[in-house]
Design a protein around this ligand. Structure first.
Ligand code: SF4
Length: 350
């Protein structure tokens, strides 16, 4: 089987073709793929036939199939993609003013079993290869009505459980010869994989970090996110302080509001204590119900009462409504395959 073209760094392509072709051929190719989002060599009109034949003999240029596309009332679009081996993933493209944010998947399924998440029902099937992450970005760039501005690893899977491939993909899209995507506009979101946070802090590849916190009380977080039993809050906090020391980026804490679980006065008190010495902002996200899971969405009154008190926290706090809830493309709703059927429809997480 041929290697996918989309996982290969520009300098490696140049070395590969250097013996038989001038370097500008590779630059032309990269221009088609990463600037014009054209993936069929037959449409790359300035490439000569000899180069095209050598290219197709050496690399696989095929892309995942878009099997389904759902447009939300809020303008976001959820895509279901079929990968080369038949596995399926989802991604969500979210427009907001001039911003075009893509929520990408990093795994097929997920092993982390968060109680509020539809993806968790799929269990983990496999990690995505770096080229499968890049293919999502390229397809979304081709589909979008304006250039992609932001990238968030908040789709299916735990990105820090697939950190090598996530870093390879980031390194490739940040390269000046491809998308020159700014590290400031890419965010990796984790459920709290402590060794991964430390590795990310030490990595040469820079990217922003978001942590799906959801509770600053171990007894609650243990229930919502089993990963907390492995890496409890004190350990997680140490890793965030380490990331903070090593990175110039401010951390984002994500906190899904689930009535009866994490919206009481004692929850805010614990959050104040946890976040006190962190340079972070906190996003509060009302829960999006997933059929088959027990949690309810908070009422508007519950949200407003909570936010009134949350605004007293010293950090910047934001109430963020998940996009794509009506197409099951919102936070915690992404799922494909048999698990999608058990939730009554296709559900996605952003
Ligand atoms: S919330 Fe993220 S880490 Fe948790 S189960 Fe879902 S995809 Fe995995």
């Amino acid at each position: 089987m041929l290697n996918s073209l989309y996982g290969v760094l520009p300098q490696d392509l140049e070395s590969f073709f250097a013996k038989d072709f001038p370097a500008y051929r590779v630059r032309q190719l990269l221009n088609w793929v990463y600037r014009k989002f054209v993936f069929d060599p037959n449409q790359m009109t300035d490439l000569d036939q000899g180069f095209k034949s050598a290219l197709e003999a050496a690399f696989d240029l095929s892309m995942p199939q878009i099997a389904e596309k759902h447009l939300s009332r809020d303008g976001s679009t959820k895509y279901r993609l079929v990968l080369a081996d038949g596995d399926q993933i989802e991604m969500v493209l979210m427009p907001e003013g001039k911003k075009r944010t893509l929520c990408v998947s990093s795994q097929v399924g997920c092993a982390r079993a968060c109680a509020f998440c539809a993806t968790a029902r799929m269990k983990r099937r496999r990690n995505l290869h770096s080229h499968e992450i890049i293919q999502q970005i390229l397809l979304a760039a081709q589909e979008a009505d304006a250039p992609l501005t932001n990238l968030v690893f908040m789709g299916m899977g735990e990105p820090l459980d697939n950190l090598d491939n996530v870093l390879d993909a980031l390194s490739l899209i940040q390269h000046q010869g491809t998308l020159a995507f700014s590290p400031r506009r890419a965010t990796v979101s984790t459920c709290g994989i402590v060794p991964g946070i430390r590795r990310l802090a030490d990595s040469k590849v820079k990217v922003k970090l978001a942590v799906s916190l959801n509770s600053a009380r171990n007894e609650v977080r243990d229930v919502l996110m089993p990963v907390n039993k492995l890496y409890p809050l004190s350990t997680l906090k140490q890793s965030l302080l380490y990331y903070q020391k090593k990175s110039s980026f401010r951390i984002t804490l994500e906190y899904i509001l689930i009535p009866g679980m994490n919206m009481a006065a004692e929850d805010l008190k614990a959050l104040r204590k946890f976040s006190g010495d962190l340079s972070c902002k906190i996003n509060f996200i009302p829960y999006n119900p997933v059929p088959g899971l027990p949690h309810q969405a908070p009422s508007e009154d519950e949200i407003q009462q909570f936010m009134e008190k949350a605004r007293e926290l010293p950090q910047a706090v934001m109430l963020r409504r998940s996009k794509g809830a009506d197409i099951a493309g919102a936070c915690g709703q992404l799922v494909t395959g048999a698990a999608a059927k058990t939730t009554g429809e296709n559900h996605a997480k952003d």
